[in-house]
Ligand binder design. Structure first.
Ligand code: ZN
Length: 65
């Protein structure tokens, strides 16, 4: 389960641990830290997203396949 070449969608730093990600209308976004995730949500106006993005991603992955 290796994920390579992920970079933060906010600050463009490499994402070493894929712990901070959310699904948006544009697709899945990955962040290097909780701070970047929070800022992105504010900027993108999706403050109503669930507080547990990792859990949601797991569910969506199951539906997709
Ligand atoms: Zn970042």
């Amino acid at each position: 389960m290796k994920k390579a070449d992920l970079s933060c969608d906010l600050c463009m730093l490499p994402v070493v641990a894929d712990d901070y990600h959310i699904r948006t209308a544009e697709g899945e976004k990955h962040f290097c830290c909780e701070g970047c995730l929070g800022i992105f949500k504010l900027l993108d106006g999706i403050e109503d997203a669930p507080l547990s993005p990792s859990f949601e991603t797991e569910n969506n992955r199951g539906e997709k396949s």
